[in-house]
Design a protein around this ligand. Sequence first.
Ligand SMILES: Cc1ncc(COP(=O)(O)O)c(C=O)c1O
Length: 461
Amino acid sequence: MDRSAAVIHRTKYCLDEEDLPTQWYNIQADLKTPAPPVIHPGTGQPIGPQDLMPLFPMALIQQEVSQERWIDIPERIRDILRLWRPTPLFRARRLEKAIDTPAHIYYKYEGISPAGSHKPNTAVAQAYYNKVEGVARLTTETGAGQWGSALAMACSFFDLQCKVYMVRVSYEQKPYRRSMMETWGAQVVPSPSPDTQAGRKVLAQDPSSPGSLGIAISEAVEDAARRDDTRYSLGSVLNHVLMHQTVIGLEAKKQLQQADDEADIVIGCVGGGSNFSGLSFPFAADKLLGTKAQLRLIAVEPTACPSLTKGKYVYDFGDTVGLTPLVKMHTLGHTFVPAPLHAGGLRYHGMAPLVCKLYDEGVIEAVAVPQLATFQAALQFARTEGIIPAPEAAHAVRVAIDAAFRCKEEGTQRTILFNLSGHGHFDLGAYESFLAGKLQDYDYPAEKVGEALRHLPHVSV
Ligand SMILES: Cc1ncc(COP(=O)(O)O)c(C=O)c1O
């Protein structure tokens, strides 16, 4: 094959280490109206930095409210990100061929990080800022175990102690995720746990509770709030977390330029919203500024936990027990406990406020997909492209394949870009169940959601 043909058939677009972004993109600078304020549940008034100081270091509190478009990434963070970044952008030629679609399908592969997902992009940043401000210990929650692994690794790099409250259903489904966190030095307990008041309260009502991200957040927040040497770290939802993830989209834009292509449809799965935002916000900037009005940005969630497509856009707690400030978001109700579907990282009752605002304003779209169709897509992807997706990421694969089929039916060429946010090497129990025909779809739990929505806090802003 001559050189030009090799370029035409290129499969991977890799950047040099020097191309690792030097700044994060802060979408707040480009919003037409500011994001709704975060409210103190006691006073009903917008919170100030001092309200967040027991939980977060000041640098992250400042990033949370910053209106600067670009924020410098400290060199010590970039040094660590360079262990696996820039991540490759793949053209899914074999999948395209299998579907026989005129669409171009690209995926940004975040599974090459040591922890196996996009989560270390913010874990490293959060551990760094806590270390700089003299914090000794971090607490957090984890659903699927990806976030807990990422923070455990980041804490080991900065010599911080780390305690992870792991949602019980995942703790039982994924024992090796726990071993991974312990290898990096973290302490891991199943949530709900007897270690906190929040955990004890849930256990008293339901001793066999499968747990949820909302419950685990309550436990981790309570633990951090009661110790001076400890702060809390959240793996998604918050503005600064979404911003740390924008290295994904910034790299992907450069890589698409290398490919001489331009995205028409950008897709990511949403649990709390961080990998979707990380990929899509740098593209959303073009849409917000009017240079790419037709661009479609699609957030994908499970039908069993459809906060964007079925939730209410109101103020709610970020956790189950009600320890966090109130944020305006699409929520299924903070007391809602989702079914134990295998995409543990997508079992969250709420959604990142920035994602919700963009959804409410029609800048982004959302779609919910069922578990079985998601695993069917994961299998097709694994059998063509080789990589076994994390069940969370498989939600994005499903919608990318559906979009490619639509291109085939309509005879249109579109460029589809999705985030393959992690690999599924610790999720093979789920694949085993699927292959044995034992996986089930969970219907939208209308009654449970209705009940949870009756417990929304009252806020008049
Ligand atoms: C691989 C993977 N993708 C996606 C998610 C969902 O989180 P977020 O919406 O913050 O990207 C998770 C959460 O644990 C995950 O592990």
